[in-house]
Design a protein around this ligand. Structure first.
Ligand code: UD1
Length: 419
């Protein structure tokens, strides 16, 4: 069993380059099934990325990593099936569905199980793919998908701007016949990044001024080279760590515009910010002030993934902060763990009231999910004494070498393995 051991209350100082975005690289890896040989730069070392590479390997692609670059050469085993254990390893593996049917006209994938963020249905993905001409049948826990006449473009209005459903359609529609228009599409920067990669491979994807995504199908795509954008959520997490523990840290290589909903919260909490197009410096000044309300929304609203790390900082503010989670149910799983460290948080449905306390204390706690785990690490950096954080495999899904990065900015954090 692996643990993170964090001794809190070191002031954080220094500069931290931000790794590539998990949520970009995963759909881009899926999209390589439809393209030719590709070189993807700035790929973070994450267990979710390994899982996606494993799925590609299973489907016949040759995948090789050279440092932060992943080289993919699509192949063909004739197998269009993702077995259950692979689907379980990475929840977002549903994003492979559009790519597999786009490439082979059929797919068989195990139904993704539930997850720790409440029910995470895939109805929007399936309804959208059906509109493109995919026939979907449930069969003993598997989804059997077939497009006997190939995929054909159409207008797909999404009832909710689901990130994953938008990505599935964008990928599948690239080589469909005719034009596909995704209305009410998700606008997350990772979708633009996916489109940039696909356009570099010969796709014809453009976003209209009203946000609709138009995909003009082409007969085939070729290979390409692409640099994955930086992870805005990792950047928001390290800024939250600094706000919580106190210090002066600059995150670099990240597009600050992607953080436009997050940065005002730090300012409201009394932090000083220096922002350039590709860096953010945050300096704390005395005790944090509360943030009146943080409401998670689809992009460009406040990202749900940054909610829990920011909450860790709010736990130490001089007053009450309110969080409203509008994207996922059960996204306050970190709260009982934060309470073990002395935090005062009330949860009622989608609302969390965080009554700031003057100090937190170290405790034996566990990661409840990826971002919840990051929140607990942020709280541990601010807490008196030592925190032992278990189940860190959640953190390894989305943060490359978290403890090394934290040490780089002055934290006392180490990974330990217990028998
Ligand atoms: C992606 C991100 C995740 C982020 C989330 C919201 C990746 C790999 N993951 O997840 O980090 O937290 O966007 O920004 O990019 N929904 C349905 N039916 C569907 C699909 C979604 O009801 O078919 C619901 C979900 O249950 C959830 C909401 O829509 O409540 C948002 O989900 P979605 O935008 O699809 O998120 P993901 O793509 O799963």
């Amino acid at each position: 069993m692996k643990y993170l051991v964090i001794r809190g209350q070191n002031r954080l100082e220094g500069t931290l380059p931000i790794h590539g975005a998990k949520n970009s690289v995963l759909p881009i890896l899926a999209a390589t099934l439809l393209t030719g040989e590709s070189a993807l730069h700035n790929c973070p070392r994450l267990s979710d990325v390994d899982a996606a590479c494993g799925i590609l390997g299973h489907l016949g692609s040759q995948v090789r990593r050279e440092g932060a670059c992943i080289l993919v050469r699509p192949g063909n085993t004739g197998d269009c099936c993702i077995p259950e254990e692979m689907m379980r390893r990475m929840r977002s593996s549903i994003v492979f569905l559009g790519a597999i049917v786009g490439r082979w006209g059929r797919a068989r994938i195990s139904l993704p199980g539930g997850c720790e963020l409440g029910p995470r249905p895939i109805d929007l993905h399936l309804a959208a793919l059906e509109k493109l001409g995919v026939q979907i049948r449930e069969d003993h826990g598997y989804l059997d998908c077939r497009a006997p006449e190939g995929l054909r473009g159409t207008v797909i209005p999404l009832p909710f701007p689901s990130v994953g459903a938008t990505e599935n359609v964008v990928i599948a529609a690239c080589t469909a016949r005719g034009e596909t228009v995704v209305k009410n599409a998700a606008r997350e920067p990772e979708i633009d990044d996916l489109a940039a990669y696909l356009n570099g491979c010969g796709a014809r994807i453009r976003t209209a001024p009203n946000g609709d995504i138009h995909i003009q199908g082409v007969p085939a795509l070729h290979g390409g080279e692409h640099r994955v954008i930086a992870d805005r959520i990792a950047a928001a997490t390290y800024l939250s760590c600094t706000a919580a523990a106190g210090g002066d840290v600059t995150v670099t290589g990240v597009c600050s515009e992607h953080l436009s909903a997050v940065l005002p919260c730090f300012e409201e909490m009394g932090c000083r910010l220096w922002v350039t197009p590709d860096s953010v410096r945050l300096q704390t000044q005395g005790r944090l002030r509360p943030v009146r309300s943080v409401r998670t929304l689809p992009y460009p609203g406040f990202p749900t993934d940054a909610q829990s790390p920011l909450m860790a900082a709010a736990c130490l503010a001089d007053g009450t902060s309110m969080f409203v989670e509008n994207i996922f149910e059960s996204r306050y799983k970190q709260v009982p763990e934060l309470r073990r460290m002395g935090a005062d948080v009330e949860v009622e449905g989608r609302v969390a009231l965080v009554h700031g306390v003057s100090r937190l204390h170290g405790a034996a706690v566990r990661c409840t999910d990826l971002r919840g785990g990051a929140a607990i690490a942020a709280a541990a950096l601010a807490a008196e004494g030592e925190t032992t954080l278990a189940q860190i495999e959640h953190i390894d899904r989305g943060y490359e070498a978290l403890e090394e990065n934290l040490r780089r900015i002055g934290a006392d954090a180490r990974r330990e393995e217990a028998p």
